[in-house]
Design a protein around this ligand. Structure first.
Ligand SMILES: [Zn+2]
Length: 371
């Protein structure tokens, strides 16, 4: 009887804990069967399995064979002290929003760490993979930020478009999405993600869902959904939503945003068909040899920028969350070395720094101030 009361008490405590953290809401909502059937024309969609697939369909299975107990062992036995910075990263705080918002024929951006990026493309404001929560996980004590975002959601200027690459927690943040549900912003997302957004209260009319190689134009700006080599799911590797990279093509500038991706021939294909690009933001962090199919190594990221025919490259997916075993600053060190060797121009903005593609920008080795 006593055991039973303890069990009931524990169940109650656990459920209240889950409820208070809104963990269930965090999981989002996978697409319904009806939604999935509407994807049957997509060459990426395996109708029998009801999953989206990469160009090489069994690439994740092969990768998973290398991910076993030894990885867990390494995680707990290797030196973790350098996976996070020993003090706050230098930043431009507050960012110069006046300069950022001045009318422009060019394109400006502010990188907010990891893959969160604010862009002013000829006076339209676009937010990529907005993650402003304290944590990139369903429960807030896991995968915590290194430091608060240089701009909070409330401090952001009015956003016109929000571009999402895929539904992992470090790219699709429920709290950030909910902040915009009563605003005017239009979401551009890969197939399936609409289901999560609607579940969190975003109106269907404010969501444009695209397959790879499809595009949508708004006010002279063309958004193209392009391939990536990755996976998806908020409760495992469900694969019922698509992952993607994106191109924003405005009359005077064209940029590429890689989302999360391993190195594959899609970079060359996109470069040949849709390049060159004024700037390419490429996944360059949280890599590991064991999962290189789903995250570029830094050297591969630089090669990707070359394949894309990008004039300049900005390494992203680093400097905010610890999701791998490498030192927090290894991505930028290796990116720099590779960029020098391969002849790619690297932009290394501080968090919060305004960068204007039409100007000569100043970049420092700011990461060297932190261990
Ligand atoms: Zn991911």
């Amino acid at each position: 009887m006593r055991n039973l009361s303890t069990l009931i008490l524990m169940t109650f405590a656990f459920t209240s804990f889950l409820g208070s953290c809104s963990v269930w809401d965090q999981l989002g909502q996978d697409p319904s069967n009806e939604m999935l059937s509407s994807y049957s024309n997509s060459p990426r969609f395996n109708w029998e399995e009801k999953v989206f697939e990469n160009r090489i369909p069994d690439i994740l299975e092969k990768m998973n064979e290398r991910i076993d107990w030894r990885l867990t062992l390494e995680y707990f036995t290797s030196d973790s002290s350098r996976r996070t910075p020993d003090k706050p990263l230098p930043e431009v705080n507050p960012p110069d929003l006046r300069a950022f918002l001045e009318p422009t024929d060019s394109l400006r951006f502010i990188w907010l760490g990891h893959s969160t990026l604010l862009v002013n493309a000829q006076n339209k404001l676009i937010l990529f993979d907005p993650v402003f929560s304290n944590s990139a996980a369903p429960v807030n004590f896991l995968v915590q930020r290194f430091q608060p975002a240089t701009l909070s959601l409330e401090e952001l200027p009015p956003i016109d478009y929000i571009v999402i690459s895929h539904d992992h927690y470090d790219h699709l943040d429920m709290r950030s999405v909910q902040f915009f549900r009563d605003k005017e912003a239009t979401f551009l997302v890969p197939l399936g993600i609409k289901s999560h957004l609607e579940y969190w209260g975003v109106a269907s009319k404010n969501i444009v869902e695209l397959d790879w190689w499809a595009d949508h134009e708004f006010e002279g700006i063309r958004f193209l959904c392009t391939p990536a080599q990755h996976f998806s799911g908020r409760t495992g590797t469900n694969q019922t939503t698509l992952w993607a990279s994106w191109i924003v093509d405005s009359p005077n500038s064209k940029i590429y945003f890689s989302g999360d991706s391993g190195y594959d021939e899609h970079y060359q294909k996109i470069g040949d068909q849709l390049g060159p690009f004024d700037a390419a933001f490429i996944d360059s962090g949280q890599y590991n040899e064991r999962w290189r199919e789903v995250h570029n190594l830094p050297e591969e990221a630089v090669q990707a920028a070359i394949d894309l025919r990008a004039k300049q490259m900005i390494p992203i997916h680093w400097a905010m969350f610890e999701l791998s075993l490498h030192d927090w600053n290894e991505p930028i060190k290796r990116s720099q070395q590779a960029a020098e060797e391969l002849g790619m121009e690297l932009m290394t903005p501080k968090l919060g720094q305004v960068v204007d593609l039409s100007l000569k920008n100043q970049f420092s080795h700011w990461w060297e101030q932190v261990q």
